[in-house]
Design a protein around this ligand. Structure first.
Ligand SMILES: Nc1ncnc2c1ncn2[C@@H]1O[C@H](COP(=O)(O)OP(=O)(O)O)[C@@H](O)[C@H]1O
Ligand SMILES: [Mg+2]
Length: 333
């Protein structure tokens, strides 16, 4: 399967050359570099996608025998994600963007391993990742977060660097970076779960695909804390303050993006998600991130009628008595 890499790289290079050529024809940059770059990236992305569609270039690889079999195997299993039935917001463009060859291969591996059986429906789409509800081979619901392996901004930047012999292999390195990011999210989830914190349990990982416990009902994923009105904000504040204290004092982690958008409200309790950016205490920005996280929590709390100051909350996070908190014997599945 690995020979496929070279085949793909070849295709990429051809597209790179074409894009460089198109760029040259557009002439040198003038005013408003930034907006020009942005619109350039957008046009490039559009051209790129429509070219792929026109030539079906993106999926030529599927016609190769070794991939044909693989894709046939998983095609029916990812129907839900393709916009069949109620969930028709995933159009062909999104499909191309999310399910590139490497991603399909990762899904294939996770399906062969039994971690995923079917992708059922999309939950959310973001700039960096799409999240899907899925089902395991033994019928349990799970969440699958698929990180994009490329993006328009990166494509825009890469053309100025690739081709410069000092920076060869950048595209590969970008993919490596994405994979490292996913591994980081997986490890952070494990560590937080080990300290008994309420996060989705990590269930599996392959390259840019992260499998975790699904937080939601049969039909919809749980709402964000931002979207609900909780009955007892004081209690929720205490739980979240303790979350930050245990993360900092025990798990040695700072979430870094601790906002009501990254906290789901499930079974009358907050569940913290999106931990890819969490860093350890020794990170040069750890303290800055911690203050920001606590500030966000205090903002949420005061908006919901809890009387608390940043200084008090900060003091609690740093000094809360946590002698009773022990690491669980958490076995990753
Ligand atoms: N384990 C999960 N169970 C249910 N829904 C989830 C899960 N993880 C993420 N989501 C949904 O997907 C959205 C995006 O996930 P998130 O991890 O925050 O990614 P992003 O980096 O795009 O913000 C969340 O706001 C939530 O609605
Ligand atoms: Mg998020």
């Amino acid at each position: 399967m690995d020979n496929g890499e070279d085949w793909d790289e070849l295709g990429e290079n051809k597209r790179q050359r074409k894009r460089r050529r198109q760029h040259r024809q557009k002439g040198p940059k003038r005013t408003s570099e930034r907006s020009k770059d942005e619109s350039f990236a957008r046009t490039e992305e559009d051209n790129f996608l429509s070219n792929l569609e026109a030539k079906s270039g993106a999926f030529n690889w599927m016609k190769e025998d070794r991939y044909k079999r693989m894709f046939r195997d998983i095609e029916t299993k990812i129907q839900g994600a393709l916009g069949v039935g109620t969930y028709d917001w995933v159009d062909r463009r999104v499909f191309d963007q999310v399910f590139d060859r490497l991603t399909l291969m990762s899904l294939y591996k996770l399906m062969k391993a039994g971690t995923i059986d079917t992708l059922d429906f999309p939950i959310a789409r973001g700039k960096e990742a799409h999240v899907f509800r899925a089902t395991t081979i033994d019928g349990r619901t799970i969440a699958v977060k698929i990180f994009h392996t490329s993006n328009a901004v990166f494509k825009n930047l890469v053309q100025y660097i690739e081709g410069d012999p000092r920076f060869g292999g950048l595209r590969r390195r970008h993919r490596d970076l994405v994979d490292i990011w996913v591994r980081k999210e997986h490890r952070n989830l494990s560590r937080l779960a080990r300290w008994g914190l309420n996060v989705p349990r990590p269930l599996g990982i392959h390259k840019n695909v992260l499998v975790m416990e699904y937080i939601g009902s049969e039909t919809v994923s749980s709402p964000k804390l931002r979207e609900v009105k909780v009955e007892d904000p004081e209690r929720v504040f205490d739980i979240l303050l303790e979350f930050l204290a245990i993360s900092w004092q025990k798990a040695n982690l700072v979430h870094g993006d601790f906002s009501p958008y990254n906290i789901l409200w499930h079974d009358d309790k907050p569940v913290v998600i999106d931990v890819g950016q969490a860093v350890v205490q020794s990170h040069p920005k750890a303290q800055e991130f911690l203050v920001r996280d606590v500030t966000r929590l205090v903002e949420w709390a005061t908006k919901n009628g809890v009387e608390v100051t940043l200084a008090e909350a900060m003091f609690e996070v740093l000094n809360m008595e946590l002698g009773h908190v022990e690491q669980l014997q958490y076995e990753e599945e």
